[in-house]
Design a protein around this ligand. Structure first.
Ligand SMILES: [Zn+2]
Length: 74
């Protein structure tokens, strides 16, 4: 069973067809004492740009430098 989310777009977005290299962070903001990320990505079916909103569930240290270069996605 897939996790339900609110969407005003006609196509479902499936992780199989979503790529980090096609995505970028639009915004990071706080609402009701919780951090949220807004990520822009491309709909695999119609190429429309979509904004995905996600609550931050963890913060961990990671050994990469920003901005990420192309090699990171290989
Ligand atoms: Zn679409």
């Amino acid at each position: 069973m897939s996790h339900e989310y609110v969407s005003d777009h006609e196509h479902d977005v499936s992780v199989e067809y979503l790529y980090p290299a096609d995505s970028d962070v639009l915004d990071i903001y706080e609402r009701d004492d919780r951090l949220y990320l807004e990520v822009a990505t491309v709909c695999p079916e119609c190429s429309e740009t979509l904004a995905l909103t996600a609550p931050v569930e963890s913060v961990t240290e990671v050994d990469v430098d920003l901005p990420l270069d192309e090699e990171y996605y290989d």
